[in-house]
Design a protein around this ligand. Sequence first.
Ligand code: ASP
Ligand code: MG
Length: 414
Amino acid sequence: MARIVMKFGGTSVADIDKIRNVALHVKREVEAGHQVAVVVSAMAGKTSELVGWAREASSMHDAREYDSIVSSGEQVTAGLLAIILQSLGVDARSWLGWQIQIKTDNAHGAARITEIDGEQLIERFNIGQVAVIAGFQGVGPDNRIATLGRGGSDTSAVAVAAAINADRCDIYTDVDGVYTTDPRIEPKATLLSQVSFEEMLEMASLGAKVLQVRSVEMAMVNNVRLFVRSSFEEPGAVDQNNFNGTLICSEDEILEKQVVTGIAYTRDEAQISLRRVSDKPGVAAAVFGPLAEANVNVDMIVQNVSEDGSVTDMTFTVPDGDLEKALAVLEQAKREIGFEVLQSDPGMVKVSVIGVGMGSHAGVAATAFKSLSEHGVNIRAITTSEIKISILIDAAYAELAVRALHSVYGLDKE
Ligand code: ASP
Ligand code: MG
């Protein structure tokens, strides 16, 4: 017997028929003798509709009331799934965030879970009951509903799994797992059977939109094993020891460490270069301090070693949407910083090569650069970490670069 959390996203509960299909997945696990908690999202599109209504009511709405509106989508699906499970002879009960006391901080609209008492759920397991939990919500210190930010039911599921010490947290979604790159760009992308938390964090923040980034962070901290799999597989027919899906787990659990696991990319990056910046202590602080205060998210940062110790060049990237704001902030701080020329280019793409094994292999970066040069792709900036090489290029070359790198590291489907 295992204790498992099953999470179903919006497309998996989009209508009553799909919820029936979800119920069959749950029934299968219950019949296998497992203790099951289910976390559900709102029906596909519902949350966006509710957000729209709140905005239409007033653009300056109270965040607490926003939360009470947008959390309602999950309440509906939790109740519907409980009813359908009961009709299939499975004992089930729905739970809202406040009922199991999923406690959060006070940041309404983007709250963080601070504590969950798993005891009540475990008591229900002991009487053979399935807990159907509304995702995306908890209760704040003000005793009001707080939502966890868009995509937050992934985080609800991981938090519940940690609280009840689950053996596994299954994330059922509309894709069958995590791929080596975006299959829309490279049809030869393959499904990864295992990926480490660290790699997944890089992939999630770089565009593989499978899981809320925060849920992966939480899973890593609490060592909750995540299984991403499709809810559209036949619920009964699949052999449970042999189905498609991606296990996201700690690095130690991965026996065959790949040098490169995947190629990710982010569009809509803007490059900013400060030319002939004075080379003295405090300059980087003078550049990035005001940008941080203006809430501009700076990503890649590259600074040159100056030739004679007097002036240098500094290049960094910000999201396209923040470019204008960033330029205004920099112009305003020009005297303080002391640069001569401010250059910027919107519409860049960052392509990243990710793999936990690259730290212990020589030549991984050189392979990328050689491949890009053979394809005539010009590199604008490079940053690296222990498990990632990121390369900034012109958007026109994005797809070419992703395919070239995917192939050169041997990730293409045979
Ligand atoms: N229903 C919420 C959303 O659409 C939470 C989730 O689905 O994870 O953002
Ligand atoms: Mg989601």
